[in-house]
Design a protein around this ligand. Structure first.
Ligand code: NAD
Ligand code: GLY
Length: 361
């Protein structure tokens, strides 16, 4: 087992990465100190891993809550269901919420934990690659609004992240690829050596070779932990973690949650950001080619299907983004492979021209 730390003063916490960690009672006991535990998961993950986590939690008052699966359930209604259950069972302020699942369960569970009685202890057990390399680390929690992704939420750090890489063996291929989009992101924004390592090892990653996956998860978490420690509340460098996400969130909202997986939308959005960076003269054409080729090798889409969204509609949707200031569009772009810009105000005519070119090609 590898242990990394997210350094946030008295709210610092460990990320454990290794196989069969969900069975380790002593690991859970280190971070779950309450008798009352709400174990939150979804209908897909429950039959696979719920009993094992339940057993490892031992002799406590465990309330299981199994939600339907899907991004469409990352809503305020689902959060209300969690709060209803906590209240019905008279869970007190020291009760722990354990979120077992992908990013949807982690984001939703974290948000519910942040609000219940103004904040209860919370532990993340991520079971998708995307959640293990990104969403479970850093304390961004929240739900979607019909008008925009992740628009309602809170910064709320977990007490620990327990990433059991063994759980990835049941993950569908498409979900594995979606996670690789975020792995590639770290290489692109701040770690060129890691980008080259991913290029050299992409086949091993797609074929789920355990050593390659473990290295990718560890290096991704190392990058994420460093960025979060430097800028927990996203006043600066943390925004670079959103490379491709402004486009990606617009794609998710515009095509309907679930049409593209989050990681797929991010992959298409990353290609859009790369093309725009090229148009502005910052990223060479060879750089754009390397990015598109790596994403394709990871099994990811690099462009929208014809007719799915117009450039105008994309811009309209991108106007609802948390990085925007005073209603002006701000984007993370690339100055090269391994260097991202901070959010930049980009003239919407330039963005529209780039999108029109991409969407008509
Ligand atoms: P997800 O939670 O929907 O999980 C993907 C699918 O895999 C689901 O069907 C799920 O039931 C299934 N699944 C989970 N674990 C499995 C396993 N071990 N075996 C088989 N199936 C399994 O999606 P995701 O990609 O994990 O997360 C996407 C969400 O994360 C989005 O809502 C996105 O906005 C959010 N996100 C948040 C952050 C953050 O910093 N908080 C960062 C990135 C993404
Ligand atoms: N996934 C973006 C962030 O955590 O800031």
């Amino acid at each position: 087992m590898k242990t990394l730390n997210v350094e946030l003063g008295d709210r610092s916490y460990p990320i454990y990465i290794g196989r069969e960690l969900i069975d380790r009672a002593e690991l859970l006991a280190r971070h779950v100190s309450s008798q009352q535990v709400l174990l939150l998961t979804n209908a897909t993950v429950a039959p696979l891993y719920l009993a094992r986590v339940n057993a490892a939690l031992g002799d406590r008052r465990i309330e299981q809550l199994i939600l339907p699966d899907g991004e469409a359930y990352k809503t305020l209604d689902s959060a209300a269901e969690i709060w209803d259950r906590l209240l019905e069972r008279r869970f007190s302020r020291n009760a722990t919420l354990v979120a077992l699942g992908g990013g949807v369960i982690g984001d939703l569970g974290g948000f519910a934990a942040a609000c219940y009685q103004r904040g209860i202890p919370f532990v993340q057990i991520p079971t998708t690659l995307l959640a293990q390399v990104d969403s479970s680390v850093g304390g961004k929690t929240g739900v979607n609004h019909p008008r925009g992704k992740n628009m309602i939420g809170a910064f709320y750090q977990p007490l620990a992240v327990i990433a059991d890489t063994g759980t990835l063996c049941t993950l569908p291929d498409r979900e594995l690829s979606a996670g690789l989009a975020e792995v590639i992101k770290y290489g692109l924004i701040r770690d060129p050596a890691f980008f080259e390592w991913i290029e050299a090892n992409i086949k091993a990653l797609v074929q789920r070779e355990p050593e390659a996956l473990a290295h990718a998860i560890e290096q991704s978490c190392r990058n994420k932990a460093a960025v979060v420690a430097a800028d927990e509340r996203e006043t600066g460098v943390r925004a670079t973690l959103n490379l491709g996400h402004t486009f990606g969130h617009a794609i998710e909202t515009g095509c309907g949650y679930g049409t593209y997986l989050h990681g797929e939308a991010v992959a298409i959005g990353t290609c859009m950001a790369a093309r725009l960076s090229h148009r502005l003269g910052w990223l060479g054409y060879d750089g754009v080619g390397r990015i598109e080729s790596l994403l394709r090798s990871a099994g990811l889409p690099t462009q929208l299907e014809p007719g799915q969204l117009s450039a105008g509609r994309m811009l309209e949707l991108m106007a609802v983004d948390k990085k925007n200031v005073d209603g002006k569009l701000r984007l993370i772009l690339l100055e090269g492979i391994g260097t991202a810009t901070l959010p930049l105000e980009i003239d919407s005519a330039t963005v529209e021209a780039t999108l029109t070119e991409i969407l008509s090609s």
